[in-house]
Design a protein. Structure first.
Length: 184
């Protein structure tokens, strides 16, 4: 019976390697983001210079947005792989990020929601900069389609912010509970 138990435990422990292709897929997603970033940068460089200031701001915010998504992917790849699959041996490389190997699942959740909130904020800012395309209501008592879209974006952003605060609060409570138990 002990051999069966040991075999099952070894199988379950080694099943963590099934996650490795997911992280490789996310590396490929960063490559895709790079291609899209270069395309967008080229578009910005060739078309936006002759446009308005708000068009330039929108284009640059799009580049920032893409950069945040790529950063988020990198954080998920490094911390997810190290938390669930295996430690990444960088042999003390000078460029190893300080946070690498220190972000646990709880920290990953907070970083993830923080990045999503930042991306949402940029999308909301882009919508506000581009508010003219939503249309200005002629009658203050009526809602246009653009008004509803902007309102939904704002509601979604607020929900994301509240979710992020609640995640951070839950982690803080869980952490303080751990410290209280260790003292007792």
């Amino acid at each position: 019976m002990k051999k069966i138990e040991h075999g099952l435990e070894a199988l379950m422990f080694n099943s963590r390697w099934l996650l490795a292709p997911f992280y490789l897929g996310l590396v490929a997603a960063i490559v895709i983001m790079l291609v899209k970033f270069v395309q967008e940068f080229w578009h910005v460089a060739t078309h936006t210079l002759g446009g308005s200031e708000s068009e330039a701001i929108l284009a640059i915010l799009t580049l920032v947005d893409m950069s945040l998504v790529a950063n988020l992917l990198l954080i998920i790849i490094f911390s997810g792989y190290e938390n669930f699959v295996s430690k990444i041996n960088t042999a003390g490389h000078e460029d190893r990020p300080d946070w690498m190997g220190k972000v646990d699942f709880s920290g990953l959740k907070v970083k993830l929601i923080g990045s999503i909130v930042a991306i949402s904020a940029i999308e909301l800012l882009k919508a506000f900069v581009n508010i003219g395309s939503f249309g200005v209501p002629t009658d203050p008592g009526t809602w246009t389609v653009g008004d509803k879209q902007l309102a939904w974006r704002l509601v979604i952003h607020v929900v994301l912010v509240v979710s992020g605060v609640l995640f951070a609060l839950m982690d803080k409570v869980a952490e303080s509970t751990k410290h209280t138990k260790h003292r007792a």
